[in-house]
Every structure is written in structure tokens, then in C-alpha cells.
Write a protein that binds this ligand. Structure first.
Ligand code: ZN
Length: 386
């Protein structure tokens, strides 16, 4: 099975400049290839092969006008063109929509590294042609410091090495092939997990993981975020009334950067929390793990819930449970969307048809059982698999 690893890079200024140039080259090559493909498509011509595109690109690369392309490893445009061919092929076979051009404004900053040339140590990663000079002290520039020591396994074959920029930081991601784990023998009891807004996760064994978005720390950050957002839009309005039509001032750029930083901080806190919980659950080796098939899209259409649902990241939670379970050889069962996990009384099996969302405590009309709604849902989910 493939495991992927993602680690932040700590580039110096010169390295950072090069990373943007690399990503720019990848974007350029992708868009160039897509233009060629779409022109051919509109002219009713045949599919242009990866090979032909690459041959044409080499001519371009060797021309005087595009001299700058030669300062960047050929593998960067090569992969970008291949990506474009893949995307275009899907469109050609009507498997997906028309591919879009990559844009700097939309934040398309990423590029690949050659799997054979990438070098990774516990602390650094070596990327190609960051330094053009072969001198030893210049070659140093090819080595990027990693923000986490020893995170990526060493001495193995790396697949799909990719460098991306998230608007604030640069990241390296690689995939490594591992042997499939054997199904665990001494695993614990099965578990049902109910996901929600009030508490993120309620487990059938009684463990409760609260909603981190309701903690003081996160609230404080969110408040800061809202304030900054308002102040930025006010600044834009002020510019406009001066007749400058929504132009960015140095001040706005500074504030937007600050806002982005808060945004990332919040995303990091939430993601970190999800990882802690999913790891804790998997660590108890429950088998199988039963989750609800959440209708996230349906929940998002309720505008009172949309924001809270989005902040909880249910899909991400499920994704983490699924891959971590697979790594540990545990089974995951997804309960049918129409399985009435909240509405069924665990004591007598009565199904309460008109259970309102506001009823946090379940009172059974049939047998008088009183139980926390989420805990009951989790227990019912556990029963779903047995
Ligand atoms: Zn009952």
C-alpha cells in the first residue's frame, strides 16, 4: 500500500525565489500544452501525444526567446505536460469536464521532481537545478531544510514527489510503498462513531471528543479573523471612494497576509485535532469501526449549519479513519444513509419518526428509556455491523 508523507520546507530567500520560478515553469508548460490540445480539438484534429508535445516543447525551450526555460530542470515541464495530457485525455474520452488553465491568481503553485533524482535525508531534501553552477558551495543551494526531522522514511523508493505552495508555505509530499499489513488478530471490540456538531465524535464505548471550534482559543482566533476581514473590506471601500477602484495598497497586502496566516493557523488546529482523535481511536484497535454515511452536502444546504459542518471536516475525519484503519489492518463499515441510528431506541428498538434536531436527550415514547442522543446513535452504529 502507498503511504504519503507531507513535510513543510524551510527555504532561504534565494531558494524561495527558485521555487516560485519552478512552479511558474510548470504552470507555463501546462498551459502551453493545453492551448495546443484545445486548438487541435477545435480544429477537429486528432489527439496530440505526450511524445509529440514534448518534442515541440523542446524546440521552444531551445529558442532564444524562451531562454529562461533552460535554467530549470527539464523534468518540471515534462511532468506538467504529462499532467495536461492526462487531464485532456479524460476530457477527450468524456470522462471529465474541459481542463482549466492554471492560474497564479487561483494559487496553482506546484511542480514535480524526478523520482530518481530526488534525495532525502533526515533533515533535508535535494531538488534539481535550484543552483545552476556545479561548484560545491553553489550546489548547497539544492538542499532544502525540512521542518520536521526524520518524518519521511529513508533509503526507500519515492513516488510522485511533489512540491506545493499553499499561499504561505512550501511543502514536499512523497509517497512510499509499504507491504500491506496483516489483519490484526488480537483486536478489541467493534466501535460505532457518531459525528456531529455539538461534539465532533461520540463513540459507542462512551468516549466523547468535543467540538474544538467551541474552545476559547479557537473562538479568539475566529474573532480576530472576522475583525481583520472587516477592516480589509473597509480599506477597499475607502480606496474606491477615492476613485482608485479596489486597488491594493501596501497596507491591504500586509493585512491580507496576516489574515491568511490566521486562516492557516485555524486550519492547522482543526486538522491537528482530527489527527489526534482518529489516531487515538485507531490506537484502541477496534474492529470493525462503524461510521455513518454522512450526507454532508445535504447538511451544507442548511445555512444555519453550513459553517459549523465545514469547520468539523467530516469527510477528512472519515478519510483519516479509513486510511489509518487500513494501515493497521482494521475494517471500516459505513452504515447506510437511511439507517435510523439516532431515531432507534437501543432498549426496545422503537423508531421515533419525528425526532427533532434540537432533542439532545432521547426520551423513548415506548419504553421510557432516556439516553444522550449521540451516544445512542453511536451504539446503534456499533450494532449495525454485528
Ligand atoms: Zn424504547
Amino acid at each position: 500500500m502507498l503511504k504519503s508523507f507531507k513535510v513543510m520546507l524551510v527555504p532561504n530567500n534565494r531558494q524561495r525565489t527558485r521555487l516560485f520560478q519552478f512552479a511558474g515553469t510548470a504552470r507555463f508548460a501546462y498551459n502551453w500544452a493545453l492551448r495546443k490540445d484545445l486548438d487541435a480539438y477545435e480544429a477537429g484534429e486528432l489527439f496530440i501525444s505526450n511524445f509529440d508535445l514534448h518534442k515541440k516543447f523542446t524546440v521552444l525551450r531551445n529558442s532564444a526567446e524562451y531562454e529562461w526555460l533552460r535554467t530549470i530542470s527539464n523534468n518540471v515541464p515534462k511532468q506538467a505536460i504529462k499532467d495536461c495530457v492526462d487531464a485532456y485525455q479524460k476530457f477527450f474520452k468524456k470522462q471529465s469536464g474541459r481542463p482549466r488553465f492554471k492560474s497564479k491568481r487561483r494559487g496553482d503553485f506546484s511542480f514535480y521532481q524526478d523520482t530518481d533524482k530526488i534525495r532525502i535525508t533526515a533533515t533535508h531534501v535535494k531538488l534539481e537545478t535550484v543552483a545552476m553552477s556545479k561548484k560545491r558551495n553553489k550546489q548547497q543551494l539544492n538542499w532544502f531544510r525540512l521542518a520536521e526531522v526524520g518524518r519521511i522514511p529513508l533509503g526507500v523508493k519515492y513516488k510522485e514527489p511533489r512540491i506545493t505552495f499553499d499561499g504561505l508555505n512550501w511543502w514536499l509530499s512523497v509517497a512510499v510503498e509499504f507491504a500491506d499489513p496483516k489483519p490484526v488478530e488480537n483486536c478489541g471490540d467493534s466501535i460505532g462513531i457518531d459525528l456531529g456538531i455539538k461534539t465532533l465524535a461520540t463513540c459507542s464505548d462512551g468516549t466523547i471528543y468535543p467540538n474544538i471550534n467551541r474552545t476559547a482559543k479557537v473562538r479568539r482566533l475566529k474573532k480576530k479573523q472576522r475583525r481583520l476581514q472587516r477592516s480589509i473590506s473597509r480599506k477597499y471601500e475607502m480606496n474606491k471612494s477615492k476613485g482608485e477602484s479596489y486597488s491594493k495598497t501596501r497596507n491591504i497586502i500586509k493585512s491580507e497576509k496576516k489574515l491568511l496566516r490566521i486562516h492557516h493557523r485555524l486550519a492547522d488546529i482543526r486538522q491537528n485535532y482530527r489527527h489526534q482523535i482518529t489516531s487515538a481511536i485507531i490506537g484502541r484497535k477496534p474492529n470493525p469501526i462503524v461510521l455513518e454515511d454522512l450526507n454532508v452536502r445535504g447538511m451544507m444546504s442548511n445555512r444555519h449549519l453550513a459553517k459549523a459542518v465545514q469547520e468539523q471536516g467530516f469527510y477528512e475525519f472519515r478519510r483519516q479513519i479509513e486510511y489509518k484503519a487500513a494501515w493497521s489492518g482494521l475494517r471500516v463499515v459505513i452504515a447506510d444513509r437511511f439507517y435510523p441510528s439516532s431515531k432507534t431506541c437501543i432498549a426496545c428498538g422503537h423508531v421515533k419518526k419525528n425526532l427533532r434536531l434540537s432533542e439532545r436527550i432521547y426520551h423513548c415514547e415506548n419504553c421510557g428509556n432516556v439516553i444522550d442522543r449521540d451516544l445512542q446513535a453511536a451504539i446503534n452504529l456499533k450494532r449495525y455491523a454485528s
